[in-house]
Design a protein around this ligand. Sequence first.
Ligand code: NAP
Length: 232
Amino acid sequence: MRYAVLGTGIVGRTIAGRLASLGHDVVVGTRDPATTLARTEPDGMGNPPFARWHADHGQVGLETFAAAAAFGETVVNTTAGGQSLDALQAAGAANLSGKVLIDVANPLDFSTGMPPTLDPVNTDSLGERIQRAFPEAKVVKTLNTMNCFVMVEPARVAGEHTVFVSGDDAGAKEAVTALLGSFGWPRASVIDLGDISTARGAEMLLPIWLRLYGRFGHGDFNFHVQGPRSGD
Ligand code: NAP
C-alpha cells in the first residue's frame, strides 16, 4: 500500500519508518523538502534533525504536503495539531478526497506555557474540524492517546492496553484496525468509540497523559480500559 505521512517530527518519522519496515511504499510530507533537509539543529523536543533520520531511511521519500498526499492511498496526519488544518489545506482537498485520513495529531496550545492546553476542546475536536474541512476524506482519529513509540510497538508496554478509533466511516475504521493489527495491536485492544465526534474524548485524555508523563518521566505507558465481565 502507498502511504503519505504528513509531518517530519518524531511521530511522522516513527510511523513512516514502521510502515516502510512492513513493506509499504511511504512518502513523508513537509512544507518545503529543501528547507527540511537543510535543518541541522535538533527540533524543539531535542530530536535530531530530519536529515539524519532520513539518511538511515533512504527508502522513504520526502515531498511537499501536496505531492505526498497525491502519492498516498492512505494519508496519516502527524503535523502539529494547531497547524494541522493549514498543513492539510496545503496537501489539498483533491489529494485527500475518498482516502482514509488517519489523524494522530493533538490540538495542543502552548501559547500560555507548559503544560499545554487543548484548543479546540470539550464541544469540538481537531478530528471533527478536519472532517468538516475535508468532507470527502474518511477521517479516523486514532493513536493520539499514547507516545509514538508505543503506537507502532505496543509490546513496549506490559500487559493489555487500549487504542481508540473514532470516525464516521465504518470501512475506514476497519481498514485502520487492520493496520493497527500489523503494528502489533490485538483486535481486542481496539475500542471503536463511535463517530468522529468521539475524538473529543480521545483528545481530552491528553491533559492526564501529560501529567502521567511528568510522573513517570518516560512515555512507555498507556491507558487500559477493562470491559465488563461476561454475563454482566
Ligand atoms: P510537531 O513538532 O508537533 O509537528 C511537526 C510537523 O508540523 C512538521 O511536519 C511541520 O512541518 C508541521 N508544521 C508546523 N507548523 C506548521 C505550519 N504553520 N503549517 C504547516 N505545517 C506545519 O511533531 P511531533 O512532535 O512529531 O508531533 C506530531 C503530532 O502528533 C502532534 O499533533 C502531536 O500532538 C501528536 N502526538 C505526538 C505524540 C508523541 O509521541 N510525540 C503522541 C501522540 C500524538 P515541516 O515539516 O514543514 O516543518
